[in-house]
Design a protein around this ligand. Structure first.
Ligand code: SF4
Length: 470
């Protein structure tokens, strides 16, 4: 399974724009997410207040992170579980594999875990001979397709219903069974997964929150697959990261209030489960062992840095759903686990900036991502900081860099600047009248959209637009 895009963002995005089935799937998904979110937040009296509560809970957790993580570990131990610390993806994968080996596991069921994607856990376990079955419907579909997820809450959003039906027919030996309806596709997956749940030795899930005061792990799903994955096998392993911890149940509640509304437009997800330790005497079900593996992977370096606000992210996906770039190119174009505006910030921070230099440019800076982010993360500002860092480190191509230098010099010469922009304005008006195709200018921008001819001056055009907007 390829985890990374085959080329740079620009190459991947150009291919995505040509992919008709992808474009159909993205168009269908887009309005659904946006409308449902709008409806969900209109049903509460003061969504801004809920957002502020959630942001305060997370900010105070980040300010006390080491102490809260210690408290979380003590309380997990007190309830009979164990916490493991992984500095790198490789360490997390080794810890999980060793845990599986202690119970002679041959089959593992797995709920959705972005941390598992970050460490490429599936490949690690499969190479060691374990059979691994994804149990989230979207993850199950892309496991069959041998593809990485393209959205953090809807991993198979890039697939059409017809593509899913074809995949099931290829892998499930169904004969001529009708799979034209969504309900029949869901039923088909459920039937396939039922036996896997019952025969798994280990269940791996992610976590939405970790609660320091109780040592609990909160998991939010809409399918119930996370609960079956966690409670039926003899061992439950949670793969998660350090910034998920909050101090109290009340703080967790504040975040849950905004999570589902921002993500799927529900007031609450169908299943919100708090796992606290393994099965106790008298419990009807639950695993015999409970382990939490906490990944750092560069996150602690962000504490106290200009990029710390990114650790407030609760992975709701709202910024992806409202991003004009993401909604046109989909998640695979971003080349790593986290797509959209949050991915364009997080990916260069958790990896190196140079190979992902194009991601901070993958934004129109329209500001919608920041506007809809329930955690108030200043995504355009963080992208701008990454652009500046890339510029300081000379990562951009020479021609682009030289162009920027010429522009920055020109912008400090008012008379010359005015003269040049007037000439440019005249050229654009002239090319508009003659219908000259400027498809390669600027940087292919006009290949997919009209470049309107400006008014008499740029200032007059701007004033006209302002009038229309007011
Ligand atoms: S950056 Fe904000 S909107 Fe985007 S996924 Fe994170 S919390 Fe949600």
């Amino acid at each position: 399974m390829s985890k990374h895009g085959s080329g740079t963002f620009i190459v991947n995005a150009a291919n995505a724009l040509q992919d008709e089935q992808l474009q159909t799937a993205l168009t269908r998904a887009k309005s659904g997410f946006i409308n449902k979110r709008l409806k969900a937040i209109s049903m509460v009296d003061d969504f801004e207040l809920l957002k502020r509560r959630a942001q305060l809970a997370k900010q105070s957790a980040l300010a006390n992170l080491p102490a809260l993580l210690e408290q979380f570990e003590q309380n997990v131990q007190a309830s009979g579980g164990q916490v493991h610390w992984a500095k790198s993806p490789q360490e997390l994968n080794n810890i999980v594999l060793n845990l599986c080996r202690t119970v002679d596991a041959s089959k593992v069921t797995k709920g959705k875990s972005m941390i598992g994607e970050e460490t490429n856990l599936n490949a690690h376990l499969e190479q060691a001979g374990l059979k691994l079955i994804e149990t989230d419907l979207g993850e199950y579909i892309i496991q069959l397709a041998k593809e990485p997820p393209s959205h953090i809450i809807a991993p198979a959003v890039h697939k059409t219903r017809q593509q899913v039906a074809t995949l099931f027919k290829q892998h499930h030996n169904l004969g001529q069974r009708d799979l034209s309806q969504i309900a029949s596709l869901v039923e088909e997956a459920r039937n396939q997964l039922r036996m896997e749940f019952l025969s798994a030795d280990v269940g791996i899930t992610g976590a939405n929150l970790l609660i320091a005061e109780t040592g609990s792990v909160t998991l939010v799903t809409n399918e119930g697959n996370g609960d079956l994955t966690a409670t039926i096998p003899k061992m439950h392993i949670v793969t998660t990261s350090i910034e998920k911890v909050v101090a109290t149940l009340e703080d967790a509640d504040a975040i849950l209030e905004v999570l589902a509304r921002s993500a799927t437009g529900q007031s609450m997800s169908t299943y919100t489960t708090f796992f606290t330790g393994p099965k106790r005497a008298g419990d009807l079900d639950g695993p015999q062992q409970f382990h939490v593996v906490l990944l750092d992977n560069g996150r602690s370096d962000l504490i106290g840095s200009e990029f710390e606000p990114m650790l407030n992210c609760i992975k709701c996906g709202a910024c992806l759903n409202h991003c004009p770039v993401y909604s046109n190119v989909g998640g695979h174009a971003y080349g790593w686990v986290y797509p959209g505006p949050m991915g364009s910030v997080l990916t260069p921070l958790l990896n190196k900036l140079e190979p992902f230099r194009e991601l901070p440019d993958a934004s129109t800076f329209c500001g919608r991502c920041e506007e809809v982010c329930p955690m108030g993360i200043p995504l355009p500002g963080l992208l701008r900081k990454l652009r500046a860092r890339s510029h300081r480190k000379h990562y951009e191509p020479g021609g682009w860099r030289r162009g920027l230098m010429v522009y920055s010099w020109l912008a400090t010469q008012p008379r010359l600047f005015q003269f040049c922009t007037n000439r440019l304005n005249q050229t654009l008006r002239w090319s508009g009248k003659l219908k000259i195709n400027l498809s390669r200018l600027p940087r292919g921008w006009s290949r997919h959209r009209e470049l309107p001819a400006p008014g008499k001056t740029f200032l007059s055009e701007w004033k006209k637009n302002q009038k229309q907007c007011s």
